[in-house]
Design a binder for this molecule. Structure first.
Ligand SMILES: C[S@@+](CC[C@H](N)C(=O)[O-])C[C@H]1O[C@@H](n2cnc3c(N)ncnc32)[C@H](O)[C@@H]1O
Length: 253
């Protein structure tokens, strides 16, 4: 059975879908169930056209035997879902700010440390780590504490956008007005984040299911790992959680 290509639409046959799905899963942990063939068609049709592949089989063959780092990065960009915005899930940030930070300062202080190390483990376009950075900057007890925020993602295109730190109205809609006034400049409807906030965050490309990549970090006080494991199957979830566990400094129960 072969994949069909017309000027307007291409479809994936069941066997090619399963092989592409498995290839993506092995590389990313993202699992596309059998009833979501349309998801891969939607996400990959653009890549296929850009690269002039005649069929999904040709693309799969290329991915397996000829793809370079850029091709794999393009695949990751295509299959990831990058929805995010500033101050998403505000109750988590409240617990972080009011409960976790004091506890971390106390325990790190007891060990003679004056630092706090946070990782935003699937940061997309940066709204989450930059929200964390603004919260840290607002806390007077952290003025003389060294603040390190690492932010990572598997998609290069979102990381590039995160480093630019320029946002539209959708992203900033939940930011409290006092933060908006203090940390953003309105440049004709594009909201430009201040250097003070940007300078606290170090962006990296880390795949959450790759042990060597996760192990670049260590001694973390808090890991934000939000809205990413939902795309993984149980096996990939367990792997990611176990790798994250290993890079934490303490476990708070
Ligand atoms: C929906 S966004 C979540 C953004 C942010 N954490 C939030 O809650 O607003 C999910 C992100 O996970 C990233 N992602 C997917 N698989 C990943 C993997 N294996 N390793 C690292 N990041 C991954 C995607 O590229 C995407 O940017």
């Amino acid at each position: 059975m072969s994949t069909t290509l017309t000027a307007s639409a291409m479809t994936i046959n069941d066997e090619t879908f399963r092989q592409l799905r498995d290839f993506i899963y092995e590389k990313t942990g993202i699992y596309v169930p059998d009833n979501k063939k349309y998801f891969l068609e939607n996400r990959l049709s653009k890549v296929i056209k850009e690269k002039n592949f005649r069929s999904y089989e040709d693309y799969l063959y290329y991915l397996r035997y000829s793809a370079n780092r850029n091709d794999i990065a393009r695949l990751f960009d295509a299959v990831t879902t990058n929805e995010t915005f500033f101050f998403r899930e505000p109750q988590q940030f409240e617990v972080f700010s009011n409960n976790l930070i004091p506890q971390i300062l106390k325990e790190n202080g007891q060990m003679g440390r004056k630092d706090i190390k946070i990782w935003s483990a699937a940061c997309s376009t940066g709204e989450e780590p930059y929200t964390i950075a603004m919260i840290l900057l607002e806390k007077s007890e952290l003025v003389s504490v060294r603040k390190e925020i690492y932010a990572s993602d598997i998609s290069e295109s979102v990381l590039m956008s995160a480093k630019r730190a320029m946002y539209g109205g959708y992203s900033v809609r939940n930011i409290p007005p006092q933060y908006m006034a203090k940390y953003f400049k309105d440049s004709g409807g594009i909201y430009v984040l201040s250097e003070q906030v940007k300078s606290l965050v170090k962006f990296m490309n880390i795949n959450l299911i790759e042990e060597k990549e996760v192990k670049q970090l260590k001694g973390l006080d808090v890991v934000f790992c939000r809205n990413v494991l939902i795309y993984f199957d149980d096996k990939a979830k367990k792997k990611a959680v176990s790798l994250i566990y290993d890079v934490l400094r303490h476990i708070y129960l």
